[in-house]
Design a protein around this ligand. Structure first.
Ligand code: APR
Length: 250
């Protein structure tokens, strides 16, 4: 692993623009479970269709709301790890040189101090409206929220519209401006680092191929094989909290 890091570090040192796509693995060493780990993954115990789709929320708002509340409490209890911190410190030493594009909704890159994080899948700690305000025909954000009872999904006091987590669910589009900025960063970079993602969820996973087709070198950082390994010019088979501090130490 050390030799592989030494082999690719010059690619980064000569890169004017670096893009980094991260997934749940970059937060694993903070104690946040990933999704697809066979034993500990969130999808090992529940089905995405039940907990991460609009249909699932409409079918059982309380269950889904509780699951997101549990995830919020879990993330509140953890800290960014050495990998998040190495990225933020690199960005501080080299302003405007590294763009973080993340699939994570845990806010740990931002908590570590990374600026301008492109959060493709939204933010676990923000709320949105499931429906606009039907009665008063007002835009959703004009609804006077009533938190019916603590622990229950809040509803609009006016029309009863449910509040929902401001995260992207399966089958939903990604925030248009964020995705466009991520694609621009993928096209502009000389090196794309792909860290802690299984590369199975699109369009995020497509950013590695976009970077490669635009002439970038692609480096995958992951202890396991991923669906993006074929796009990679180098595979760094190790945990991100170990690899990133060594890789970004200039
Ligand atoms: N360092 C780096 N990578 C790690 C580490 C670690 N310490 N531990 C685990 N990993 C890797 C795993 O090998 C796996 O490849 O992190 C990856 C996590 O993959 P997933 O659980 O599939 O998470 P992710 O790729 O982020 O999922 C993408 O799927 O459910 C949706 O919206 C959700 O954003 C999520 C998307």
């Amino acid at each position: 692993l050390a030799a592989a890091i030494d082999q690719v570090r010059p690619w980064l040192q000569s890169a004017g623009r670096i893009a980094m796509l991260t997934g749940a693995g970059v937060s694993a060493e903070s104690g946040v479970p990933t999704f697809r780990d066979a034993q500990t993954g969130l999808w090992a115990h529940d089905r995405p269709e039940d907990l991460a789709t609009e249909e699932g929320y409409r079918a059982n708002p309380q269950r889904v709301w509780d699951w997101y509340q549990m995830r919020r409490e879990m993330v509140r209890a953890v800290r960014p790890n050495a990998g998040h911190i190495a990225v933020a410190e690199f960005q501080a030493r080299h302003p405007e040189r590294l763009t973080v594009i993340t699939q994570n909704v845990d806010g740990l890159h931002e908590a570590a101090g990374s600026p301008g994080v492109l959060a493709l899948h939204g933010n676990l700690f923000a709320d949105a409206w499931l429906d606009g305000c039907a009665l008063a025909r007002r835009p959703a954000d004009a609804c006077p929220v009533s938190w019916a009872e603590p622990g229950h999904p809040p509803r609009c006091a006016q029309c009863g519209s449910l509040v929902r987590p401001a995260v992207v669910w399966f089958g939903e589009g990604l925030p248009v401006d964020t995705l466009a900025a991520a694609q621009a960063a993928a096209h502009a970079c000389e090196v794309m680092l792909v860290v802690g993602t299984s590369g199975q969820v699109w369009p995020a996973a497509g950013l590695a191929g976009s970077a490669r087709r635009a002439g970038a070198k692609v480096i995958v950082v992951n202890p396991e094989a991923t669906a993006l390994d074929d796009e990679a010019d180098a595979l760094l088979r190790g945990p991100s909290a170990t690899v990133l501090p060594r890789l970004l130490d200039f």
